[in-house]
Design a binder for this molecule. Structure first.
Ligand code: ADP
Length: 258
């Protein structure tokens, strides 16, 4: 369970970019974070994984208050947060297996992580995660030999290797074609259900969000302007969230062609 209470953020002397954010994500719930560029989505994600410091408010994962941790404790807690990135963030010259195992680095003593000497049970678990994302036969390939969809599967397996309590996912399908995007979203959805993992997914593709999310949070100007079921996302609500920015996928494609 993730709980965010009265979270506020301003960068140095700038304006408030998150203004009193409050919500909870129970086990297994997949929340899509939508909103126009500059709404504060990345800032919110970065506050949760403590890449940046919140200015005010509390963030709890299970019962640990992430927003009040000292730097060493932040590193320890961050390993419980699985991150999945738009551009996969794999080490391209390493094998698929080594990339998955790197999800364990936060758990290893320094000498083991320095030498990349993983305990046997980590290796056994990594095979299991590769099996789960249907990549077992690619375990020994270099990451840069894989297609985008497979790279994202490695990213998912690496996040699983962390044995996370929360998944934070940043635009997971932005670099993928529509069919692969749906496959990746379905995989993330299935895994969250199987493991009872809560997830927050920063997602720009509204139809995809409506298909795969349990709940949508709409951010606008640093405030939550919508928090509800995907089926409640009417045109009126989307206009409230996005203002003048266009959220129609067909129109975006037309503009790109033009
Ligand atoms: P989104 O992910 O929704 O596009 P961001 O969280 O990136 O929004 O940005 C929210 C606001 O915070 C924007 O006005 C942006 O310019 C500002 N911002 C983001 N990162 C920084 C930073 N490192 N320093 C100062 N302002 C920032």
């Amino acid at each position: 369970m993730l709980k965010i209470e009265h979270l506020k953020k301003r960068y140095k002397t700038g304006p408030w970019v998150l203004k009193d954010i409050n919500f909870q994500v129970p086990k297994g719930e997949i929340v899509g974070l939508i909103g126009p560029s500059g709404a504060g989505k990345s800032t919110l994600i970065r506050c949760i994984n403590r890449l940046i410091d919140p200015s005010e408010g509390q963030i709890y994962l299970q019962d640990i208050c992430l927003s009040e941790l000292a730097p060493k404790q932040i590193r320890e807690q961050r390993r419980h947060i699985g991150m999945i990135f738009q551009e996969y963030a794999l080490v391209e010259r390493l094998s698929v297996m080594e990339n998955v195992l790197s999800g364990r680095l936060g758990y290893l003593p320094f000498w083991r992580s320095f030498l990349r000497r993983y305990p046997q049970h980590d290796i056994e678990n990594a095979f299991e995660y590769l099996e789960r994302v249907s990549l077992i036969e690619h375990a020994n390939k270099r990451a840069d030999e894989l297609s985008g969809g497979r790279c994202q599967r490695v990213g998912i397996a690496r996040a699983l290797a962390q044995e996370p309590q929360l998944l934070l996912v940043d635009e997971p399908t932005a670099s993928l074609d529509p069919k692969t995007s749906r496959q990746i979203m379905r995989l993330i959805q299935d895994i969250c259900r199987e493991k009872g993992l809560p997830a927050i997914i920063n997602i720009h593709d509204v139809p995809l969000a409506m298909q795969f999310m349990d709940r949508i949070i709409g951010l606008q100007g640093g405030e939550i302007v919508f928090d509800g079921k995907p089926e409640q996302l009417t045109e009126e609500v989307l206009t409230r969230i996005y203002g003048d920015e266009d959220w129609h996928p067909e129109k975006q494609q037309d503009e790109e062609v033009a």
